[in-house]
Each structure stands twice: as C-alpha cells, then as structure tokens.
Design a protein. Structure first.
Length: 147
C-alpha cells in the first residue's frame, strides 16, 4: 500500500505539468500551396487529419516546454526561500528524533521520559511552522503524539 501511494506521489504531478506544456504550446495549420493560416488547431490530434486533407501542414509557433520549465524553476526557488530554514532544521535533527519509542514513561523513569519527550518525534514536530503543528496534532487529520 505504501509503495502504491509513493508511486502516485511521483506520478500525478506529471499529468499537470504536461497539461501546462500543452496549454502554453501554440501550433497552427498552414496551407502548403498558399502559405495562409487555416482555422484548424493542430494541438488537437483529432483535427490533425483535417489539416492534412485541406493541403495544410502543422507548424509549431511556440513550444510550451520552456515556459513551464521556467515556472517550475521559479516555484522551486520560492519554496526554497519559504521552507528552507524549516527544512535545514529538520535535516539537522538526530536520527533518534525520527523514531517512536515503544517504552512508556513509567517504565523508563521520569528523567528518561522527559528526555524522550524533548528528543523524540515532538522535537521534529516543533520544528514545523505553527499552522502545520496544529494540523499534525489534530487527532482526525494528522499524527497524534503522546506528549
């Protein structure tokens, strides 16, 4: 199940990116004999044979790949500036901060329990911005830690 969700997480954005590439691309049907533009949209595959029937040829005026690539680059830079400090803080946490302890506080003693609470998953949660902390602590939507 986890593998399926991971595969979907890497697959569904491609659909929207390719849709944007199609939206930003422009092509036209040009008559081979006269050079005039025919009123047929060459981006639609079902209309391509109509262009060829009328003696036309599809010519691409603008490729949508480059504008969409530039927009994705800008989105990445903006996300880096907004989330960069939080991501660096999360990256600096020790590996033990990412693991859950199965030993209860009463079994380990009070001093160990206090240490586990400060170094455990709550430390990773406290590194997030406040709205995300509130979302993650909500019992119906997020992760509930015993703190």
């Amino acid at each position: 199940m986890l593998n399926t969700v991971a595969n979907l997480g890497g697959t569904w954005p491609k659909f929207f990116i390719l849709l944007l590439v199609d939206m930003f691309s422009e092509s036209r049907c040009v008559s081979v004999s006269t050079g005039e533009t025919l009123p047929i949209d060459c981006r639609v595959k079902t209309l391509l044979p109509k262009c060829l029937e009328r003696g036309g040829q599809c010519e691409r005026e603008r490729e949508g790949y480059f504008p969409v690539g530039f927009m994705c680059l800008l989105a990445g830079v903006v996300l880096y500036f907004f989330l960069g400090t939080t991501l660096r803080r999360l990256q600096a946490l020790q590996e033990s901060s990412w693991t859950l302890s199965s030993i209860s506080t009463s079994e380990q003693g009070e001093s160990d329990g206090a240490r586990a609470r400060t170094e455990g998953p709550m430390a990773a949660l406290s590194a997030l911005p406040l709205p995300l902390q509130a979302w993650a602590r909500h019992p119906k939507r997020g992760i509930v830690f015993n703190a």
